[in-house]
Design a protein around this ligand. Structure first.
Ligand code: AHG
Ligand code: MN
Ligand code: MN
Length: 339
């Protein structure tokens, strides 16, 4: 059988740009390698107790770490040794991590990441993920600075996620469509399984944590009613699907057609999800898959970040669905406009 591996695919794509130095290719490849290590640990997560892992010392004499710390360490280590990335912004670290070794100092890129998304789902064996955003650094000389990260998402060079689910996949875009690779665990290779992923024109799934209904903006409440109304032509009522790992909710919605919403609430006007390493990477993927991503009023990728961990509301899905939700927001919740 003829198949294409992630590494082959990356090299092939690089050949389309003869002027490219190959650094981005190597960076993506390193992310793929780190993903395999994390995947191995995710698959063994349930054995923690049985094998006496958590809190114990493992065979290499290191402390066994919690999965999100482990994932963070793996991705940092991979990016460090690769040399293409000069700084990392991670959900797990308050400040940016500057990679100032001989090889990393001259790296062209900075990476913002959520090493383990959906961590509350780990212990119940539900899909979790990793999210990453890759920017070209802005500063020219010296060590990277926070300024290198505070770029609107439209400047993204690449973004993607790994989903550790019923199978493990790596999905990414460099601005030329979205491609998905499934890990064949028997050979340890990511194989191209979902070329050119695209949202269906419209969908019939909505994903939102409805328990927060009473603190949602009126526009979101009205949109939820709209999703629940009966209308044959638009296939309503839609179905609710909410996993609580955005990566998994987003992945299903791209394939099946659905909108994912994490809105602002009366308590937290900016919602919960972080702009740089949760909203931006999925917004770039969504647009590349023919969909769109908004904070209810404006395009996510146009938002100018002001800090590493800032949050924004997120509405992401097929264009028609996001537009409809935005209409409700404009009509009923102008008071929730931010920025
Ligand atoms: P993380 O595990 O990185 O903190 O992210 C969890 C996020 C996201 O994946 C998910 O969609 C959302 O939190 C769920 O939040 P609620 O439990 O408030 O619905
Ligand atoms: Mn997350
Ligand atoms: Mn996380």
């Amino acid at each position: 059988m003829k198949f294409k591996t992630l590494t082959e695919f990356i090299i092939e794509k690089q050949a389309d740009y003869p002027q490219a130095s190959g650094e981005l290719s190597r960076l993506l490849n390193d992310i793929g390698i780190a993903a395999k290590f994390v995947n191995r640990e995710v698959n063994r997560a349930g054995l923690g107790e049985v094998m006496g892992y958590a809190g114990e010392v493992n065979v290499q004499g290191e402390d066994q770490k919690k999965l999100d710390v482990y994932a963070n360490d793996q991705f940092i280590a991979a990016l460090k040794s690769g040399g293409q990335c000069c700084a990392i912004g991670s959900e797990e670290n308050e400040d940016i991590i500057i990679l100032d070794s001989e090889i990393s100092r001259y790296g062209k890129y900075v990476v913002a990441m959520d090493p383990l998304d959906g961590s509350s789902n780990i212990e119940s064996n539900v899909s979790i993920g990793t999210l990453f955003s890759i920017y070209r650094r802005r500063t020219i000389r010296g060590a990277a600075t926070l300024e290198d990260f505070l770029q609107p998402g439209r400047n993204l060079v690449a973004s993607g996620y790994v989903i550790y689910g019923s199978s493990t996949m790596l999905v990414y875009t460099t601005g030329n469509g979205v491609n998905g690779f499934t890990l064949d665990p028997s050979v340890g290779l990511f194989i191209l399984s979902h070329p050119d992923m695209r949202y269906p024109e419209t969908g019939s799934i909505y994903s939102i944590n409805e328990a927060n209904y009473f603190s949602f903006p009126e526009g979101v409440r009205q949109y939820i009613h709209y999703c629940q109304e009966e209308d044959q032509e638009t296939r309503r009522p839609y179905s609710t699907r909410y996993i609580g790992s955005m990566v998994a909710d987003f992945h299903r919605n791209v394939i099946r057609g659905g909108i994912f919403i994490y809105p602002g609430t009366t308590k937290n006007k900016n919602g919960k999800l972080r702009l740089l390493y949760e909203c931006n990477p999925v917004a770039f993927l969504a647009e590349q898959a023919g969909g769109s991503a908004s904070d209810g009023f404006r395009r996510i990728l146009d938002i100018q970040p002001t800090s590493l961990h800032e949050r924004v509301p997120l509405f992401v899905g097929p264009v028609t669905m996001v537009k409809k939700a935005e209409e409700f927001m404009t009509l009923f919740s102008a008071d929730f406009k931010i920025g």
